[in-house]
Design a protein around this ligand. Structure first.
Ligand code: SAH
Ligand code: DHB
Ligand code: MG
Length: 224
């Protein structure tokens, strides 16, 4: 049973979604198709997806890289931001997830804009770098959390000054502030933050968020 705070966060998210996110049968169908296929409902919230879209549009992004596709919900938001001339490359470990995502992207009219590549993201990133792809204007890191420091390193190789790197799920109910946490995800995020502290190549900030997905946060990293 959700506590009072969660009930309030959800009500406020729904309120703003009603006012600021127009009805969107395509996104609704993508969520429904993902759920029907048995995918976990861990996609970004509608306001977070729109934030990604607005950030990408504000910077005039033409090439976006996503690490962690799931059913392609966030991919659709990024695809819309860069369409029709831009491209999204989204990396996904699970063939089953990728199949659902490709259907969702197709139904969203984005199959020519967004490509889903299957495999461990670290392998795909090495391939992409070896082929000289990029630079990407925006990178959204939203896969397995223990690899976040490595995903950041690859992102630095695949971006340019002015690119933006966004990392999801960096607060995790506040656990990020627990220095003694044994959770590998928390430890990885803390390790990245220790490195960001002295990394003169970037300027970063973290925004804590509450809403339909509970208490979490985004880190935004500008490549200098
Ligand atoms: N960005 C999506 C949610 C991604 S959920 C959205 O907001 O709509 C995280 C995804 O990362 C899952 O689909 C999971 O299968 C994938 N994943 C986990 N480990 C991975 C890895 N090593 N390489 C690539 N993808 C991975
Ligand atoms: C969870 C949420 C996420 O946004 C994600 O990318 C991975 C996992 C979760 O709630 O477990
Ligand atoms: Mg996430």
């Amino acid at each position: 049973m959700p506590d009072d705070a969660q009930v309030s966060w959800t009500a406020v998210d729904r309120y703003f979604e009603d006012r600021l996110n127009p009805p969107d049968p395509i996104l609704d169908a993508a969520v429904a198709r993902s759920e029907a296929a048995g995918l976990p409902a861990i996609q970004v919230a509608p306001n977070q997806g729109k934030l990604l879209c607005l950030l990408a549009r504000a910077m005039g992004a033409k090439a976006a890289l996503e690490i962690g596709t799931l059913g392609g919900y966030s991919t659709i938001w990024l695809g819309r931001a860069v369409a029709p001339s831009g491209r999204v490359l989204s990396l996904e470990l699970s063939e089953a997830h990728a199949r659902v995502a490709r259907t969702n992207l197709d139904e969203a009219g984005l199959s020519a804009v967004a490509e889903v590549r299957v495999g461990p993201a670290l392998d795909s990133l090495a391939d992409i770098a070896a082929k000289g792809a990029g630079p990407f204007d925006l990178v959204f890191i939203d896969a397995d959390k223990a690899n976040i420091p490595d995903y950041f390193d690859w992102s630095m190789k695949l971006t340019r000054p002015g690119s933006l790197i966004v990392i999801d799920n960096v607060v995790r109910d506040g656990e990020v502030a627990e220095a003694a946490s044994a959770d590998p995800s928390v430890r990885a995020i803390r390790q990245l933050n220790d490195r960001l502290k002295t990394d003169a190549r970037v300027s970063a900030t973290t925004i804590q968020t509450v809403g339909v997905k509970g208490y979490d946060g985004f880190t935004l990293i500008l490549v200098l």
